[in-house]
Write a protein that binds this ligand. Structure first.
Ligand SMILES: NC(=O)c1ccc[n+]([C@@H]2O[C@H](COP(=O)([O-])OP(=O)(O)OC[C@H]3O[C@@H](n4cnc5c(N)ncnc54)[C@H](OP(=O)(O)O)[C@@H]3O)[C@@H](O)[C@H]2O)c1
Length: 240
């Protein structure tokens, strides 16, 4: 690539998305970040500049397309996509309403499909890569006491990610997933700070956003040029 590679990140204002933005910027990527509320907006603007910060609700139809077009208008290229957002909900299946299931699906699965749809042509042109966010333990298809609807949406995303990876590989686009375990940070779901949960992690601690960002950075890098359709857990052994 002649110019600095350009990456578009969702969830960029806090947590894992922000850690990815910092890591990728440090590796020479030009970072465009998406946020939804105004929380964190000023920090993002100070860090990356107003023309690289985009406000959007990516569950709305057409929103992802608009953000991708804004990036392309500014940069003329798009080399990476990192989709680091996805609503979380804790509750037994019997306590999970229809609206909640729909909302989790839109936030975790549909927004990812929209983002890739918006970015597909540009990624094919650049021979780029995309990383989506799952959650630890998807491969076992185990039942969940309190996270059934959330995990169901992430499991759908895993199948969809592999399918998109299959379709895009011949076009030179690599698609993969990172699945974090328990990663506490300011603004994270309260469950990530639960000492009992953390005590059950084989490595004996919660993960750091920077550890997740390192995996994302690797998956986007030429070092992972032959890695396609994989779900990389960054979980300290959680739910193995
Ligand atoms: N942290 C963990 O322990 C953990 C574990 C497993 C999986 N994950 C996954 O990792 C990803 C990132 O996690 P996180 O803990 O960093 O999440 P987070 O703290 O909830 O941050 C997500 C960010 O995404 C933004 N966002 C949410 N919905 C949006 C929408 N509809 N449109 C645009 N932006 C939206 C939020 O912006 P606003 O604040 O403005 O709403 C928020 O800043 C998620 O997919 C999550 O499921 C995290």
């Amino acid at each position: 690539m002649a110019n600095s590679p350009v990456v578009l990140l969702s969830g960029a204002a806090q947590g894992l998305g922000l850690a990815c933005a910092e890591r990728l910027a440090g590796q020479g990527w030009r970072v465009h970040g998406v946020h939804r509320s105004s929380r964190g907006r000023e920090g993002l603007i100070q860090r990356f500049g107003a023309d690289q910060v985009h406000q959007a609700d990516l569950t709305e139809e057409g929103a992802a397309q608009q953000v991708v077009q804004a990036v392309l208008a500014r940069e003329g290229q798009l080399d990476g996509v990192v989709h680091a957002m996805g609503e979380f909900f804790s509750g037994a299946p019997s306590e999970t309403g229809r609206d909640q299931i729909q909302s989790l699906w839109r936030s975790n699965m549909l927004s990812a499909a929209d983002l890739l749809d918006g970015a597909r042509a540009a990624l094919r042109e650049s021979g780029g890569a995309a990383v989506f966010f799952g959650t630890a333990g998807l491969d076992g298809l185990r039942g969940r006491e309190t996270t059934a609807a959330y995990t169901a949406a992430k499991t759908a995303l895993l199948v969809w990610m592999k399918s998109a990876a299959l379709e895009e590989a011949p076009h030179g686009v690599r698609i993969n997933m990172v699945s974090p375990g328990v990663i506490p940070h300011v603004g994270a779901a309260p469950e990530t700070h639960d000492p009992e949960r953390i005590a059950r992690i084989p490595s004996g601690r919660g993960g750091k956003p920077e550890e997740v960002a390192a995996a994302v950075n690797w998956l986007l890098s030429p070092d992972a040029s032959y890695v396609i359709g994989q779900n990389l857990e960054v979980a300290g052994g959680w739910l193995l």
